[in-house]
Design a protein around this ligand. Structure first.
Ligand code: ADP
Ligand code: MG
Length: 513
């Protein structure tokens, strides 16, 4: 049977030191006792495994010990000190003593793996875990430092470049994986959290962009063509005066299911602080044809192209205006600044609606209307009569949708003027070009639209073409003074779809004959 371990057996280096002290104390006391006290009884003990030169020795106690680190080695010998505790167990060493001549001959001590003492295991585990934790901690700190340094090295060139506009080749953008914009779009479509990518990805993408050229300048900021992983992106840099627009666009793009062919594709949004000024970026898909306004300046379209443009815009607007219940869902959105400069032309000659900085959000299911707190107002030239005479019911979402329809009618008019019939078009002109100055005031517009109830003129040639005639009718029904009488986006989309179908049919019939 195994002897019971000594209850105060040492289990740590401190314990060993304490035991050494006890041994030393025992040695001193036995030395001092040797002078005045009686000599203790000594026994002959079996001595094995290197303790003594002979096979026996003499001691106050005989012992047997086993060390689990040296398999198969059982030692026997003599203990010279009487007061020494003799039944104890260290982490690897167990020892048992006896008193009597050769009493340790038959005394056995079975070899055992590390003593299964609970507190011992705990200290072993602790001793293993502590260094691991320390190493992992140091590694994490190192990685964080490297990442910080990497981010800083990205921000500086981007902003320096945005100030100086050097050539694209001067800056090599370090590559982060092999992601393409399409990969990112696929991810954001399946991530289930609105249409936005995770914020960290947005920030990383934003900081890897090289700005190349300024493609648009507004009252509130600039739009740049940038390059990310070899692909063009558009970077809208908001001035600090227009931070509310940045906030609104970022909010809407990140919380709503806005992926739609006819809504400008959002990639990322980023805010950085530099030299105590704040830079606000909104990164979207880049469309080299620019805005519908730019496009119509120097391009004409045939009726098919006209319908394609118009149908794509109204499809985008129907998507904006509709509430989608579900996860991810989408609240209803009214744009509030629809105009040809805020509509972009894609390569396939379809449009997408941009610039959601003024949008209002409505959720019928939650009875929630969020008008935002953007001090910016829409573009005066495109303002509906109820906005100009300030009779708009600001607490009704329907009112905002009706102002979008008014503006859509004006955009349709701009497109129709550039539509070729029998080789004839009108030159590009903005709505009300003939009755207000270049940068009309609120008052100018109010007089024309509310007081005079003037509407953009419809050229005679339109009336002799079935498509342009139908478009003129749609315009008229988008420009009613009474906002509730105007068509809905869905109604317009249906009419344009059937016109497009009939146009295709006509076209087919023409080519067949
Ligand atoms: P603002 O709020 O200053 O009106 P917009 O988003 O309307 O900003 O963009 C201003 C102009 O920049 C547009 O009229 C268009 O010419 C150009 N632009 C904007 N976004 C893009 C884009 N994604 N691709 C190409 N050009 C763009
Ligand atoms: Mg704009």
């Amino acid at each position: 049977m195994l002897p019971k371990p000594f209850p105060m057996a040492p289990r740590s280096p401190m314990g060993v030191i304490a035991l050494s002290a006890v041994i030393l104390a025992g040695l001193i006391s036995s030395l001092s006792a040797s002078e005045g006290e009686q000599e203790p009884v000594r026994f002959e003990c079996v001595c094995e495994q290197g303790y003594c030169k002979t096979e026996t020795c003499r001691g106050v106690q005989c012992f047997v010990s086993v060390d689990s680190r040296i398999p198969g080695q059982i030692r026997k010998g003599c203990h010279p000190y009487q007061d020494l505790p003799c039944e104890y167990s260290w982490p690897h060493l167990r020892i048992v003593c006896c008193k009597g001549n050769l009493c340790n001959r038959n005394l056995t001590l079975q070899e055992e793996k590390d003593p299964p003492h609970p507190s011992n295991n705990v200290s072993d585990v602790t001793m293993m875990i502590v260094p691991i934790v320390v190493v992992v901690g140091v590694l994490v700190i190192l990685l964080l430092l490297i990442y910080q340094k990497y981010c800083r090295s990205q921000i500086v060139p981007i902003f320096r470049k945005s100030k100086m506009q050097t050539s694209a080749e001067m800056l090599r953008v370090p590559e982060l994986g092999d992601n393409t914009l399409t990969d990112l779009f696929d991810h954001s479509c399946t991530s289930g959290s609105g249409s936005g990518l995770p914020f960290l990805v947005q920030r990383t993408v934003a900081r890897q962009i090289t700005l190349v050229e300024c493609v648009g300048k507004g009252r509130y900021g600039e739009v740049w063509r940038g390059v990310w992983q070899g692909e063009n992106v558009a970077v809208k840099i908001f001035s600090s005066r227009d931070e509310q627009s940045w906030f609104r666009e970022t909010e809407i793009y990140n919380t709503m299911l806005l992926r739609h062919d006819n809504i400008l594709g959002f990639i990322a949004s980023d805010m950085t602080s530099r030299n105590s000024s704040t830079q606000l970026w909104l990164i979207t898909r880049y469309h080299e044809n620019g805005s519908l306004y730019d496009y119509l300046q120097c391009n004409t379209v045939d009726t098919e192209g006209c319908l394609r443009l118009a149908l794509s815009i109204i499809s985008g607007l129907v998507h904006l205006h509709a509430e989608i219940i579900g996860t991810p869902g989408k609240a209803a959105i009214a744009h509030r600044d629809l105009k040809s400069r805020n509509i972009l032309i894609k390569r396939n000659k379809q449009c997408c609606i941009a610039d959601l900085g003024l949008a209002v959000i409505h959720s019928q299911s939650n009875d929630f209307l969020d008008v935002g707190n953007n001090p910016k107002v829409g573009t005066k030239r495109y303002m509906a009569p109820e906005v100009l005479d300030e009779t708009i019911r600001t607490n009704s979402f329907e009112s905002y949708k009706a102002t979008d329809i008014w503006a859509f009618g004006l955009v349709l008019w701009e497109i129709a003027r550039r539509t070729l019939i029998n080789g004839i078009t009108e030159e590009y002109m903005p709505p009300f070009y003939d009755v207000v100055p270049t940068d009309p005031s609120f008052e100018d517009m109010r007089k024309v639209v509310c007081t005079d109830q003037y509407r953009p003129s419809v050229p005679n040639r339109w009336l002799s073409d079935p498509i342009l005639f139908s478009l003129a009718k749609l315009m008229k029904e988008s420009w009613y003074q009474n906002p509730t009488a105007r068509l809905t986006a869905l109604r317009i989309k249906k009419t344009l779809s059937s016109l497009a179908n009939s146009d295709n049919l006509l076209h087919k019939l023409k080519t067949d004959s």
